[in-house]
Ligand binder design. Structure first.
Ligand code: MG
Length: 187
């Protein structure tokens, strides 16, 4: 089976550390549970530009180097490499590309990675287009938009249950809460 794996908030924590960073910097109290879409500016009192700048300065600050992995992610991804073909598919911004590659390498992941079109870009393939062209059978994801696009295109999606993807239901989407559940589904 060919399995696509998203990075942020699937392999490692992302929105939590980003909100912590913004709160620390701006004296705000943005809570992860109140993040209702993956567009930070739609849930909190922050402009789109400020949100993008904050995410960029969070990454530039080197905070992601002390990444927290989602429970079970590392071990289960390693297990899944036996008998499956794995690829990472991320829509991280192009300016995080080098940093992302380094972070994966530093943590011992030797899995090919595809960068899909970032939220703020107009070029590049969407995550669904990459999944389709790479013949990915199952995509493990947390973003509602990517999940729905993939599911509508006939790709099975395992969706991590997060505050920002509530209410997303589709026949090809299975909602789960942990990597342990991912493992049992894929067995
Ligand atoms: Mg993600």
């Amino acid at each position: 089976m060919k399995i696509g794996i998203d990075l942020d908030d699937v392999v490692w924590e992302h929105f939590g550390p980003v909100l912590d960073y913004i709160n620390e910097k701006n004296g705000t109290d943005f809570k992860l549970d109140n993040l209702k879409t993956f567009k930070i500016w739609e849930s909190f009192d922050i402009s789109r530009e400020e949100a993008f700048d904050s995410v960029k300065s969070f990454h530039d600050s080197g905070k992601m180097d002390e990444v927290s992995f989602i429970d079970g992610a590392r071990e289960i991804i390693k297990d899944l490499t036996k008998g499956n073909e794995l690829v990472f598919v991320t829509s991280r911004a192009p300016y995080f590309k080098e940093q992302t590659l380094n972070l994966l390498k530093k943590n011992g992941f030797e899995i090919p990675i595809f960068f899909s079109r970032h939220l703020n870009e107009e070029n590049g393939k969407t995550k669904f287009e990459i999944c389709r062209d790479e013949k990915i059978d199952v995509m493990i994801e947390d973003s509602s938009n990517h999940a729905v696009e993939c599911a509508e295109g006939g790709i099975k999606v395992i969706l991590f249950d997060k505050p920002w993807n509530q209410g997303v239901e589709y026949k090809n989407i299975i909602r789960i809460k942990s990597w342990m559940e991912v493992r049992s589904i894929l067995k």
